[in-house]
Design a binder for this molecule. Structure first.
Ligand code: TYD
Ligand code: MG
Length: 458
């Protein structure tokens, strides 16, 4: 056996680029100040301990692609219908799933709940909490089945040995940042540790057919702490998001090797853990009691489902120096663009005003159809004219103030009608193919934001 040598390398914490010297700017991803020093041990790439689970005589034969037969991918239901849907119908055995989210959002709760509900044996590995803490949490969540095994072991070779001995259908790692292995010398949570452990776990899941869930913390700006490389290693990336001060949580699918990514799940955090929200629109709208200026409702599509969400704008005289711009749950740059459109096309001057925008419920909406309701909320607050409670919107707005079509318009209209809205403003370019007789709601087709202004604010 060769002598083990240590070597210092610098690794970019954003993209994983290696360099022999420290650099201010990463030559690969152009981010600044991302290089971290790490010690790599050479000559010990594969210690005997971590090989113990690899079957010695496995065969990966070369074969012609046309001779490969596919059976329907077997899927194991998780007992959580929302999670199953987001995954595309349950978990594929031998797959590896990353669940990312900010600290405190509910990742551990979600996966412990899965471990308790699932009708299969699970091994829950926690490097963050003690066995007693996990038991206390589980007591809040429901009955504890015999098949739910836990360990606080964080040394990977030992942990994989434990997993082989326990033989679960699922292995849950909470979190990947607490696990370490001996092929890399740096501390747990460093980029090379996270990358090495994830790669090892991926081999493990493929070899054994045990499905692996990895919990990973993400940083404030929404990136997975450390390596983007982690996203390449896994089969599925789920993102758990929401505002910690609100009860709603959204589970999004960002990458899926076994299905589509346009599914999402909505949960509500309560004293007994996470509950599935069956009718999100009703919950998100229920707090509206009176008409106030600055509030507008958008019929959005999140994942496959239509949801009605409220946008609130507050436009007020800037008193202290520079006017402020702030947006929560909506992209700030997009709001600035819409403000510029309002100034240019409607002549509304926001230059001396503070502008605040908020999507109610603490959820982030990416749907371009939000534009028209943001525009409506901004005009409403600016002019202090209320929008009637039975009106909603669904359209994108372009730079010249044109109102553009959005996808799945019929689903949006249907949801708005179901919730008792009487009027919906959409793009004229969406008109083709809509049969208005099908919906119990009046549809206004517009092609310019000036038409919106004339209908509601004059
Ligand atoms: P947790 O799952 O620990 O978050 P993460 O693993 O993503 O860091 O959840 C943290 C929050 O959830 C915590 O502030 C308490 C809250 N919570 C409830 O409101 N109800 C519950 O039943 C549980 C278990 C947690
Ligand atoms: Mg946790």
């Amino acid at each position: 056996m060769g002598k083990v040598k240590s070597k210092i390398v610098f690794i970019c914490s954003n993209c994983g680029h290696n360099s022999a010297k420290w650099e201010g700017k990463c030559p690969s991803c152009s981010e600044w100040n991302t290089f971290k020093e790490e010690i790599i041990r050479e000559g010990s790439r594969k210690p005997a301990s971590s090989e113990s689970w690899v079957s010695k005589n496995r065969s990966n034969p070369v074969q012609s692609l046309s001779s490969v037969t596919i059976e329907d991918l077997p899927r194991l239901p998780t007992g959580d219908s929302e999670l199953d849907r987001v995954l595309g119908g349950g978990i594929v055995p031998g797959s590896i799933i990353l669940v990312g989210g900010q600290p405190g959002i509910g990742k551990s709760t979600l996966l412990l709940q899965v471990a308790l509900q699932i009708p299969h044996k699970t091994l829950y590995v926690s490097g963050e909490e003690s066995a007693e803490q996990i038991r206390m949490r589980a007591n809040r969540l429901g009955a504890i089945p015999e098949g739910c095994m836990i360990t606080t072991e964080t040394f990977l070779p030992k942990l994989l040995k434990d997993a082989i001995d326990t033989d679960p259908s699922f292995l849950i790692i909470d979190s990947i940042q607490t696990i370490s292995t001996n092929t890399v010398e740096s501390t747990a949570g460093s980029i090379s540790q996270v990358r090495e452990c994830a790669a090892e776990l991926q081999r493990f899941s493929k070899e054994t057919g045990i499905a692996v869930f990895l919990i990973g913390h993400i940083t404030k700006d929404g990136n997975l702490a450390g390596p983007k490389v982690l996203e390449h290693v896994v089969d599925t990336v789920l993102q758990f998001e929401g505002d910690r001060h609100y009860v709603y949580r959204i589970l999004r699918n960002m990458k899926n090797r076994f299905g589509s990514t346009d599914e999402m799940g909505i949960y509500q955090m309560g004293p007994g853990g996470l509950r599935i929200v069956e009718n999100p629109s009703e919950l998100l709208l229920s707090q509206r009691e009176e008409n106030l200026s600055g509030s507008a409702i958008c019929a959005t599509i999140e994942g496959q489902r239509p949801i009605l969400v409220e946008t609130q704008a507050l436009v007020s005289q800037a008193v202290y120096g520079n006017p402020q711009r702030s947006a929560t749950g909506f992209e700030l740059r997009r709001m600035s663009m819409l403000l510029a459109v309002l100034e240019k096309r409607l002549g509304l001057q926001f230059g001396q005003n503070d502008v605040f925008l908020n999507v109610v419920g603490g959820i982030r909406i990416d749907d371009p159809a939000m534009d028209l309701s943001v525009i409506a909320a901004l005009i409403s607050s600016f002019s202090d004219i209320e929008i009637p409670q039975d009106v909603c919107f669904a359209a994108e707005v372009g730079l010249s103030g044109e109102v553009r079509r959005v996808n799945r318009i019929e689903q949006r209209i249907q949801e708005a009608a179901r919730l008792g809205f009487k009027r919906i403003f959409i793009s004229r370019f969406n008109q083709k193919g809509i049969d208005p007789a099908r919906f119990d709601i009046q549809i206004h087709y517009i092609s310019k934001i000036t038409e919106l202004y004339q209908s509601l604010f004059i």
